[in-house]
Design a protein around this ligand. Structure first.
Ligand code: PGA
Length: 245
């Protein structure tokens, strides 16, 4: 695993955006796996900025998002569809038809089939997958306890519900289930870029970067078996986990 240590979270976002921009500049038809969440949020403005300055052409990319809450209406402001439209697709002028964010409102079996069609139907595997990491050690919404390879419906870990309560009126409003790419879907991406910051990610990052164990108790540890993963962390987090260059 490659680890890039930056000065601070803002630099991590910039560095992460540059890795994605490099991918698209090298291969304009890239198929990108995208992530939502508080950490990835500040990566997108750098991509939008490059696009608006004409430093990258995003018109030929296609995108597939990692996950969504079950029951969430794509029309809701809290949906990951709304998140992506607002932060990337609309400001960068990316045609909605080239993007896929799973719907939490559709029949689960139908949505799983559609998700698989978007991932595999064109025979083009993801060129780059962007990831955050959960307090629980999840990637996508693959929670501790079991590693499931394919797209599935996943019950959210208590720690995820608590962590994500900040995006809802109260903890009781956080959906308890999600639809997510499986760990195997994520692992099929040619490149993976993971961005992390914050004290609450220290235990998960330690398990990812500081030992060799792969365990279903920390799903992100599956990434140790992938040949092209870059983790982008800031100095503060690096110091807290005891990472040495
Ligand atoms: P966060 O979420 O960036 O909001 O902490 C990351 C994740 O759950 O993957």
């Amino acid at each position: 695993m490659k680890v890039i240590v930056t000065k601070n979270y803002e630099q991590s976002c910039k560095t992460t955006a540059e890795l994605i921009l490099d991918q698209v500049r090298t291969y304009p038809c890239s198929k990108l796996g995208l992530a939502t969440g508080g950490t990835a949020e500040n990566v997108y403005p750098f991509i939008v900025d490059a696009c608006q300055k004409g430093d990258v052409d995003l018109s030929k990319i296609t995108t597939v998002n990692l996950d969504e809450y079950m029951g969430m209406d794509p029309a809701s402001e809290q949906s990951y569809r709304a998140y992506m439209d607002k932060r990337l697709f609309q400001p960068a002028g990316i045609d909605a038809a080239r993007t896929y964010v799973p719907s939490g409102k559709n029949d689960p079996e139908e949505e799983i089939a559609l998700f698989n069609e978007k991932l595999y139907g064109d025979g083009h595997l993801l060129d780059l997958q962007l990831l955050g990491i959960g307090v629980s050690g999840h990637i996508g919404f693959n929670e501790p306890g079991e590693l499931i390879a394919g797209v599935h419906i996943q019950k959210l870990d208590e720690s995820t519900i608590k962590a994500n309560a900040r995006f809802f009126a109260s903890e009781a409003d956080v959906p308890t289930e999600s639809i997510t790419m499986g760990v195997g879907d994520i692992m099929k991406a040619a490149k993976i870029v993971l961005i992390a910051t914050g004290e609450n990610k220290v235990p998960a990052l330690r398990k990812l970067l500081m030992d060799d164990e792969v365990t279903a108790q920390v799903p992100a540890t599956g990434l140790k078996m992938h040949r092209d993963v870059t983790s982008v962390i800031d100095e503060e987090l690096a110091e807290k986990i005891g990472w040495k260059e």
